[in-house]
Design a protein around this ligand. Structure first.
Ligand code: NDP
Length: 289
C-alpha cells in the first residue's frame, strides 16, 4: 500500500477561506473585526518570523491583527501589566504570548494571566480543564488542525485504536483528549513507554509529536493506519523533517501527513479560527449576562 498524502497546505487555505467568510459575518453583526493581539518578548529569530506570520495571517482574513514587540530585558511584571491591559480591552478577542519567553519570566505565570476566554493558544489550565471535561472553550491550535485533517480524510474515529506519542500540554495531551471525545480508544505513549514500536503497531490512528527526526520507522506502522506527523525537526543535513520516516511509513499507511506541508500550516489556520470563536464566545456570554 502507498499512503495518500494529507495536504495540510491546501486544507489550511480552505480553513482560512472559511474564517474570512466568518469574519465578514462578524463585522456585519458587530461593527468591528475580531482582534488578535500577539506579544513577542525579545528577538529570537524563529519567534520573530512566527509572530509576524500570525499578525499577517490575521490581517489577511480581515481581522485586526496586532503585534506587540517588547525588549528582551522586559520584566515579568511588565509583561503581566501588558497582558492585563489586553485582557481589559474590549476590542481584543484573542491574546497570544509567543513562547519561549526570556528566562527572567515564568511562562506559567504569564499563561495563567491571560483571560481564558481570550486564550487563543488554549494553553491556560482553565482551557485544558474545559477540554478535559467536555465544556466549550478554546482548544490548542495544532491538535485542532490534526482533527480537521482526520475529518477531511473521512477517518472514522469512533471505536478506532488511537496512539498519541508525546504528552506535552500543547500537543500530545490535548490531542488525546480530542480523540477520546471523538470516541477513539486512546493510548498515550512517551519517553518511558516500553516497546514503543509494538504500541505504535496497534494504532489505527497514529499521532506522533515528539521532536526526534524520523524516529517512527515503517515497521512501527500497522498496515492501513492513518499517520499524523506533528514533528518539525532538522535532520543532519539541515533538511526539515518530521518525527516519522515518511518514505518507509508511506508503504504501510493509508494516509500520512507530509513534513513540511502537513500539520504545520493547519496550526496558524486554527489560530485564526480560534480568534473568531473566542470573539463570539465572549460576546455571547456578555449577552447572556
Ligand atoms: P515536547 O518536547 O514538549 O514533548 C515531547 C514529548 O515527546 C514528551 O512527552 C516526551 O516524553 C516525548 N518523547 C521524547 N522522546 C521520546 C522517545 N524517544 N520516545 C517516545 N516519546 C518521546 O514537544 P512538543 O509537544 O512541543 O513538540 C513535539 C514536536 O512537534 C516537535 O518536533 C515540535 O517542533 C513539533 N510541533 C509542531 C507544531 C506544528 O505546528 N507542526 C506545533 C507544535 C510542536 P516525556 O514526557 O516522557 O519527556
Amino acid at each position: 500500500m502507498t499512503a495518500s498524502l494529507l495536504d495540510g497546505k491546501a486544507l489550511a487555505q480552505k480553513v482560512r477561506d472559511e474564517v474570512r467568510a466568518d469574519v465578514s459575518r462578524f463585522v456585519a453583526e458587530h461593527g468591528r473585526p475580531p482582534g488578535l493581539d500577539v506579544v513577542l518578548v525579545g528577538e529570537d529569530a524563529a519567534s520573530v518570523v512566527y509572530t509576524r506570520n500570525k499578525e499577517k495571517a490575521s490581517n489577511e482574513v480581515g481581522m485586526r491583527g496586532r503585534l506587540h514587540r517588547l525588549p528582551a530585558e522586559t520584566s515579568e511584571a511588565e509583561l503581566l501589566a501588558r497582558v492585563a491591559e489586553l485582557c481589559a480591552d474590549e476590542t481584543v478577542d484573542g491574546i497570544l504570548v509567543q513562547l519561549p519567553l526570556p528566562k527572567q519570566i515564568r511562562e506559567d505565570r504569564v499563561i495563567e494571566a491571560i483571560d481564558p476566554d481570550k486564550d487563543v493558544d488554549g494553553f491556560h489550565p482553565i482551557s485544558a480543564g474545559r477540554l478535559a471535561t467536555g465544556k466549550p472553550g478554546l482548544v490548542p491550535c495544532t491538535p485542532s488542525g490534526c482533527m480537521r485533517l482526520l475529518a477531511e480524510a473521512g477517518v472514522k474515529l469512533e471505536g478506532a485504536r488511537a496512539v498519541v506519542v508525546g504528552r506535552s500540554n500543547i500537543v500530545g495531551k490535548p490531542m488525546a483528549q480530542l480523540l477520546l471525545a471523538a470516541n477513539a480508544t486512546v493510548t498515550m505513549a512517551h519517553s518511558r513507554t516500553k516497546d514503543l514500536a509494538s504500541v505504535c503497531r496497534e494504532a489505527d490512528v497514529l499521532v506522533v509529536a515528539v521532536g526526534r527526526a524520523r524516529m517512527v520507522r515503517g515497521d512501527w506502522v500497522k498496515p492501513g493506519a492513518v499517520v499524523i506527523d506533528v514533528g518539525m525537526n532538522r535532520d543532519e543535513a539541515g533538511k526539515l523533517c518530521g518525527d516519522v520516516n515518511t518514505e518507509e511509513a508511506r508503504e504501510k499507511a493509508s494516509f500520512i501527513t507530509p513534513v513540511p506541508g502537513g500539520v504545520g500550516p493547519m496550526t496558524i489556520a486554527y489560530l485564526l479560527e480560534n480568534t473568531v470563536r473566542a470573539a463570539r464566545m465572549r460576546l455571547g456570554k456578555k449577552k447572556g449576562g
